[in-house]
Design a protein around this ligand. Structure first.
Ligand SMILES: Nc1ncnc2c1ncn2[C@@H]1O[C@H](COP(=O)(O)OP(=O)(O)OP(=O)(O)O)[C@@H](O)[C@H]1O
Ligand SMILES: [Mg+2]
Length: 416
């Protein structure tokens, strides 16, 4: 069918034509916004899940919900080894701008505090250090066009500074009857001092019932990262596991956009697509896209899906799996293959629909046995893979792929 009208959108962070199966999370977030607006106690939300399940697009949808309420919003993507201070300052700057120019003096004052916060290099906890970077640092400007207000949020101790900054920003938002929401993607990549400071600041804000929320998204081990840094993080955040779509939601994700274009899928096609995608949103979009293109006419049939499958798999092999596999060194690839081998031999039933392969974890000791190495000598590969976001450790001594169906890709398609 006409490729120009193809509605599907495979790709990281690509807004899907139909955001299926996430009404519960979106409604829950609306309740959070409403309660926080009214000064009620409320935990903020943290979305966790595997690669490609739709955390980023859901985070973006939540941001839109906050914007609709005329809250000030900002978003950032955490990166390993990059201190939180500057990207967070940029997100907060955006949020303050969205709040608008009302009460100009107050806003300018808070912007000045934000500027001092941004310009302070974190010599202390959580900050960048190393005199080699001084020259670069000194030339950097946060792009906030008011004079810096020194003496607040600029101690260099990220925890103190964040508590002060959040208090002032949330106080300003509250004064004008609005709120601020900051969205942090890839939250598991925030350094430990920064995470701890962020939790402390959120804790303070929620105790004061001020209208500022931090909404995070990240890999399945994010709750463990947070609770390792502050034991009270479970009381601070509500963790929502974002998972593959149930059958009816997957059907809706495919069908609604097609119908909007005057086309449809027949029942057998939907069944075949669910068997192939297991309801993982990225796969749903990828298969939907190719199935649409190869189908000669509506409705799209199971035969069309069969014809589409090799091309869809080939595109996933490049765009979804390959781009990640390429980031692994030879030693890391050996480690990944060992996980894949062990997951196939495992007898756990296939909750993923991946023909006997599970995305559940394997024991790190089993990997060492398989590779004939000491567990300790494999730690660098494991740690590097965790840092690259390819694997995670949900519980001690176990390791799992963050990428659904990655084992199957490694065993069948990955280049050596
Ligand atoms: N609820 C949904 N319904 C239909 N399609 C969806 C849904 N959620 C996400 N998608 C699609 O799935 C793909 C992946 O979404 P997204 O990038 O948000 O995943 P992610 O969880 O952030 O992945 P990563 O961990 O790699 O960042 C996109 O193509 C998006 O359009
Ligand atoms: Mg994402």
């Amino acid at each position: 069918m006409d490729p120009v009208r193809n509605p599907y959108a495979p790709g990281a962070g690509q807004r899907p034509p139909e955001l299926a199966g996430r009404d519960g999370e979106l409604d829950g977030f609306d309740v959070v916004l409403e309660r926080v607006s009214r000064g009620r106690p409320e935990r903020s939300l943290v979305l966790t899940g595997l690669r490609g399940v739709g955390k980023t697009v859901l985070l973006n949808a939540m941001r839109s919900a906050a914007v609709r309420r005329r809250w000030g919003t900002g978003k950032l993507e955490a990166r390993p080894d990059i201190p939180l201070r500057r990207p967070l300052a940029a997100a907060l700057h955006l949020a303050l701008r969205e709040l608008g120019p009302r009460q100009q003096d107050e806003t300018a004052h808070v912007l000045g505090i934000l500027k001092s916060f941004a310009m302070r290099d974190g010599g202390g906890r959580g900050g960048s250090s190393g005199s080699g970077r001084t020259a670069v640092r000194d030339r950097w400007q946060p792009g906030i066009d008011v004079p810096a207000v020194p003496g607040r949020a600029d101690s260099g101790d990220i925890e103190i500074d964040l508590v002060e900054l959040f208090t002032d920003i949330a106080g300003l938002a509250g004064d004008i009857g609005r709120g601020v929401a900051i969205f942090i993607d890839e939250m598991q990549d925030i350094g430990s001092d920064d995470v701890s400071a962020l939790c402390a600041a959120c804790h303070e804000i929620s105790q004061q019932r001020l209208p500022l929320v931090v909404v995070g998204a990240g890999l399945p081990h994010l709750p463990a990262v947070l609770s390792a840094s502050k034991s009270y993080s479970e009381r601070l955040f509500r963790f929502a596991r974002i998972d593959r779509l149930e059958r009816d939601a997957a059907d809706r994700a495919l069908r609604t956009p097609a119908r909007d274009e005057g086309a449809d899928f027949d029942e057998a096609a939907l069944g075949a697509l669910y068997a192939a995608t297991a309801g993982y949103p990225y796969f749903v979009q990828a298969y939907g896209k190719v199935a649409w293109d190869v189908a000669p006419a509506s409705p799209i049939t199971a035969d069309d899906v069969k014809v589409a499958a090799p091309e869809a798999e080939a595109e996933l092999a490049v765009g979804f799996f390959g781009s990640r596999y390429e980031r692994a060194t030879p030693a890391e690839r050996e480690y990944l293959r060992a996980i894949a081998d062990l997951s196939t031999s495992g007898s756990t039933s296939s909750a993923t629909g991946a023909e006997g392969l599970t995305d559940g974890g394997v024991a790190t000791s089993a990997i060492a046995d398989l590779l004939g190495r000491k567990a300790q000598s494999l730690s660098p590969a494991r740690d590097a893979l965790i840092k690259k976001g390819l694997v995670y450790s949900g519980e001690r001594g176990r390791i799992a792929f963050t990428v659904p169906h990655f084992g199957r890709y490694l065993l069948r398609q990955a280049p050596d």
